[in-house]
Design a binder for this molecule. Structure first.
Ligand code: FES
Length: 78
């Protein structure tokens, strides 16, 4: 049986390469690891969008990127 606490680990700790290299924004090629680094530097969604171009193309990545950033920010509070 899956351990429920392990289900969020890839959202908050993208430490393995297959996760950090995952492209979250196809239009700009921005990876999960890149977004993780920028959140770690204190950037919010708008700042990350300006810096990487995320969500400035088709907009299809908005929900996923925003959710990922929120999950990281939640993690920082705990
Ligand atoms: S996939 Fe990010 S703007 Fe198109």
């Amino acid at each position: 049986m899956a351990n429920p606490s392990s289900m969020n680990t890839k959202e908050t700790k993208p430490t393995d390469d297959s996760v950090t290299d995952e492209i979250m924004c196809e239009c700009t090629g921005t990876t999960r690891g890149k977004i993780f680094d920028l959140v770690a530097q204190g950037l919010d969604f708008d700042a990350i969008s300006s810096k990487t171009g995320v969500n400035t193309g088709c907009g299809g990545c908005e929900w996923e990127v925003e959710s990922f950033i929120e999950a990281l920010e939640e993690g920082k509070k705990n």
